[in-house]
Ligand binder design. Structure first.
Ligand SMILES: Cc1cc2nc3c(=O)[nH]c(=O)nc-3n(C[C@H](O)[C@H](O)[C@H](O)COP(=O)(O)OP(=O)(O)OC[C@H]3O[C@@H](n4cnc5c(N)ncnc54)[C@H](O)[C@@H]3O)c2cc1C
Length: 391
């Protein structure tokens, strides 16, 4: 099979979608391809939710159901089973953001422990995920990253964050479930990186259970990867990395400009792409010590990884290499990779509708049309509609 053509197969990509589900996806992506509509829709939705207007039903029937598995873990089961029937695993992602209270962090931890327990019994869910700021206050991560001294209370609060990380990573190892830790804004990330490194040193002694995330839109990440590799070799533990391009580019650039420091983001898209591919190659060449979860919707990087795997004689099912996309996006990559025998898992977000709105808004904005071009998702759906009509 010519792997360069693998992702063109829309029949496999949309095989789990009935005609009516495909029509719904077409309608949705057509709507969100319109930039002014998304801008107005986003503002109106934020207002309606804050004003407690009854819009949840409308959101559920449109964007929510396309990009999320449901409100609870149980709601996600049909999607998990359906995807697994096509060889694609699920990573349950509790996508609630911006919480700041201790009891919210404790309940996020309890939820994760429950997911890990559940994953142990379910082959379709070999991997768990969390965001550092889902388990502790953003401001505390930020203060630690700046190297500022904590007050006694802050130190106690930080110790609780460390305990939460430790409990989750410890259970993941006991239950043989890998755990991915998302990367967020650069000004809180150093503290998260140090803490995750500590977890890797403790739990990745034989197998990498704990994975950090490299955002390759940051120009310093290849060096960070190499430094982490040297440290891990010296201290005798394995590394796990999810590699992504990065989701906070505008925010990063705006803050750097506002505060007058050099932007941590690559100067252009091409530099980010090169950095992503370099990190990917470096890891694939060092698979004995570093495992990878390749989180991307970019076809070229994915084809490149497949080519590298052939060159380096890496088996398609090698458990040290996983590919991942987001639920509701790039099914042409996920389902074709799985069909061809690779390890694939999709992030399956869930949570109360109003709490996952920031996540949904990011997805809508990502799929609006750029300079009049149809978004790729819409293009693929159109292609599959046409194929079904002519068959
Ligand atoms: C499974 C999975 C997990 C993820 N986890 C995280 C996470 O933990 N943290 C996180 O931040 N994001 C995460 N993301 C989102 C990811 O970072 C990207 O925003 C998204 O996947 C789009 O990038 P791409 O590689 O898929 O595709 P592409 O469409 O090829 O790349 C788009 C990306 O390129 C970069 N870019 C675009 N224009 C420029 C420019 N002018 N200059 C420099 N760079 C540019 C940006 O990062 C942009 O998002 C995840 C994505 C997936 C699929």
């Amino acid at each position: 099979m010519n792997s360069e053509k693998m992702f063109n197969n829309t029949k496999i990509a949309f095989s789990l979608k009935s005609d009516s589900q495909l029509e719904r996806a077409y309608f949705l992506f057509k709507m969100i391809s319109n930039q002014p509509l998304v801008r107005i829709g986003t503002a109106a939705t934020r207002f309606a939710i804050n004003a407690k207007l009854p819009v949840e039903g409308l959101i559920r029937a449109t964007v929510f159901d396309h990009f999320c598995g449901g409100i609870s873990e149980e709601d996600c089961l049909p999607a998990i089973d359906k995807m697994y029937s096509a060889g694609v695993c699920s990573v349950l992602d509790y996508s609630v953001e911006g919480k700041a209270l201790e009891n919210q962090f404790d309940s996020a931890q309890a939820r994760l422990l429950k997911i890990i327990e559940f994953s142990e019994k379910k082959e379709a869910m070999p991997i768990a995920v969390f965001k550092p700021t889902g388990l502790g206050r953003f401001a505390l991560f930020e203060k630690k990253s700046e190297g500022k001294a904590f007050t006694e209370d802050e130190q106690a609060e930080w110790n609780r964050i460390e305990d939460r990380f430790d409990t989750i990573c410890g259970l993941a190892k006991t239950k043989d479930v890998e755990v991915l830790i998302d990367a967020e804004e650069s000004w809180m990330q150093d503290a998260a990186d140090d803490l995750i490194e500590k977890m890797m040193a403790k739990y990745n002694t034989d197998v990498p259970y704990v994975y950090n995330t490299l955002q390759t839109y940051r120009w310093d990440r290849l060096d960070y990867l190499k430094t982490s590799h040297n440290k891990a070799k010296e201290n005798g533990y394995k590394l796990g990395f999810k590699i992504v391009r990065g989701a906070y580019m505008e925010k990063e650039r705006e803050r750097a400009q506002e505060k007058g420091y050099d932007s941590p983001i690559c100067t252009d898209k091409n530099t980010t792409d090169i950095n992503f591919n370099d990190c990917q190659n470096y890891i694939l060449e060092n698979l004995d010590q570093i495992s990878v979860f390749i989180g991307t919707h970019n076809e070229d990087s994915t084809y490149l990884a497949l080519k590298q795997m052939v060159n380096l004689n890496i088996d398609k099912k090698d458990n040290r290499v996983w590919f991942g996309q987001l639920y509701g996006m790039s099914d042409h990559i996920s389902f074709n990779l799985a069909k061809n025998g690779y390890n694939v898992a999709k992030y399956l977000p869930f949570g109360p509708v109003k709490d996952v709105m920031p996540y949904l808004i990011r997805r809508a904005e990502e799929n609006t049309s750029v300079a009049g071009q149809t978004s790729r998702e819409l293009e693929l759906i159109k292609k599959e509609r046409k194929r079904r009509k002519t068959n």
